[in-house]
Design a protein around this ligand. Structure first.
Ligand SMILES: Cc1cc2nc3c(=O)[nH]c(=O)nc-3n(C[C@H](O)[C@H](O)[C@H](O)COP(=O)(O)OP(=O)(O)OC[C@H]3O[C@@H](n4cnc5c(N)ncnc54)[C@H](O)[C@@H]3O)c2cc1C
Length: 443
């Protein structure tokens, strides 16, 4: 696509999930020049990212989802948004400029207003055996199946916490998996309160009933979580604490995720204020940094509906259509209440802190065990002494885990925010000069 190209936008959106797509479409419909960047091969984010053709044939349920995704994709296209896929933003060399790369090279993205919509990832908690092949994040397993992993006839345990577990179990079952059990760490009591509170969101009740139908007959255990995964070369069985009783269940895959954590690294690099792990925004989704807006799971974990509303508000505000943005404040308030409900219902119980044994690997990039970390009092000290969080994922997996296990707060984020090529790293020293010396033009 490019070698050392340069793009200039009035509004630049980073992240092509529902929040980013809504932001880009609404801004472009106001007549400004908009670009949207995503590191995947197509827009859609975690929820709308395309299934393989073969999977789509089997996937009747996703018709409704596909309808909404297609409508926003259409708006992005017809409003004239420039979509730059398979491009990851790694650094901000100077205010108003981001550096992004793909396999062909790097490029400079200049903007007047920026909207961050980089979404969330699953939270993993370490327990003995969690690094065995075929133990994956619940959403990660779903993504692998979407990309073609054959799951028909495989026995799967889905465990952890949050509504994603049900969505994943339903998806895998539709594609032929046998779901041995769904283990939810939350108690029956909190789920019952959740069910009653859902009366305030009739559309969510319909979704929940639909999911319930899809997983009818699948054992669903509350107060339950994986204690250990076993296998010689790959996963063979999982020991589960099932409401106080311990049982070992044979299976081919364990999909295990403990709700979601926001991808705040780029926002932190840009010095945006973060509170309780989420990017702070005002009524118009503006961060504490002027010209930088933020939308979607970065501000709270509230699902696709909240992501779409926040994206629209950010897009309209970035295009200076504040009165149109204001019209969506009521809807956002309602959707935010649902995010708060999710947070209360699926809060992790402290018992999960005792899951790792001394030998359990916590930082899998750098092979750092639980016993090596236990003696430190901060994330920084543990990093300096053990290299925890300094591997390829740059703390994206072990950071949230140690935050829960030891109550450490991750501190500074350094560029590049994602692993980058040497050529791009060289450009971080002086991209403008490099671009000029290469004689590349402006788009
Ligand atoms: C693994 C996973 C699976 C999920 N599955 C479901 C499901 O089945 N059903 C459901 O209802 N909800 C699901 N969710 C929740 C759902 O993703 C959210 O509710 C909603 O999509 C959030 O939208 P968003 O736009 O905020 O973020 P996302 O959809 O996460 O989009 C963010 C996008 O930004 C991109 N990005 C991040 N950083 C960079 C960068 N530096 N450069 C370029 N691009 C970048 C990401 O790759 C991603 O495509 C899932 C979440 C996860 C993490």
């Amino acid at each position: 696509m490019m070698r050392e190209a340069r793009h200039h936008f009035d509004v630049l959106v980073i992240g092509g999930g529902p929040a980013g797509m809504a932001a880009a479409a609404r801004a472009a419909e106001c007549g400004v020049r908009v670009g949207i960047v995503d590191d995947n091969f197509s827009l859609g984010g975690q929820i709308w990212r395309g299934d393989s053709d073969d999977n789509q044939k089997h996937d009747k349920q996703s018709d409704a989802q596909r309808g909404e995704a297609a409508r926003w994709a259409d708006r992005v296209r017809t409003s004239g948004v420039t979509a730059l896929c398979e491009l990851r933003v790694v650094h901000q060399p100077e205010t108003g400029v981001l550096l992004a790369e793909n396999l062909d090279g790097f490029c400079e993205l200049r903007y007047a207003n920026l909207i961050l919509a980089t979404g969330a990832r699953e939270r993993f908690l370490p327990f003995p055996g969690w690094t065995l092949p075929n133990v994956m994040g619940a959403g990660g397993l779903q993504t692998m199946v979407k990309c073609g992993l054959p799951i028909r006839g495989k026995r799967v345990i889905v465990a952890g916490t949050g509504p994603l577990l049900l969505a994943v179990a339903a998806y895998l079952r539709r594609h032929g998996a046998e779901i041995a059990v769904i283990c939810e760490q939350a108690s029956w009591g909190s789920l019952a309160k959740f069910g009653v509170a859902l009366l305030n969101w009739p559309a969510k009740i319909l979704q929940a009933l639909h999911l319930k139908r899809e997983i009818a007959g699948v054992p669903f255990a509350t107060n339950s979580w994986p204690v250990a995964a076993h296998g010689k070369k790959a996963l063979e069985s999982v020991t589960i604490s099932l409401a106080g009783r311990v049982e070992t269940i044979p299976c081919d895959y364990l999909g295990c995720g403990f709700h979601l954590v926001p991808n705040v690294e780029l926002a932190l690099l840009l010095s945006c204020g973060v509170r309780n792990g989420f990017v702070q925004v005002d009524d118009f989704q503006k961060t504490t940094v002027s010209s930088v807006f933020c939308a979607g799971e970065l501000t709270s974990i509230g699902g696709v509906e909240l992501a779409l509303i926040e994206g629209q508000i950010a897009g309209l505000a970035a295009a200076e259509r504040t009165s149109e943005a204001k019209a969506l404040f009521g809807d956002r308030q309602n959707a935010r209440r649902f995010a708060q409900l999710l947070d209360r219902t699926f809060r992790l119980r402290s018992k999960l802190r005792s899951l790792p044994s001394p030998e359990t690997i916590v930082c899998r990039c750098e092979d750092v065990s639980y016993s090596r970390l236990r003696g430190y009092t901060s994330w920084r000290a543990a990093k300096l002494h053990t290299r925890c969080g300094m591997g390829t994922c740059q703390g994206r997996v072990c950071g949230p885990a140690t935050q829960f296990l030891f109550e450490w707060t991750p501190d500074s984020v350094r560029p590049p925010v994602l692993p980058a090529r040497i050529e791009t790293l060289a450009a971080i020293a002086g991209p403008s000069e490099m671009l000029q010396s290469q004689g590349t033009g402006e788009y």
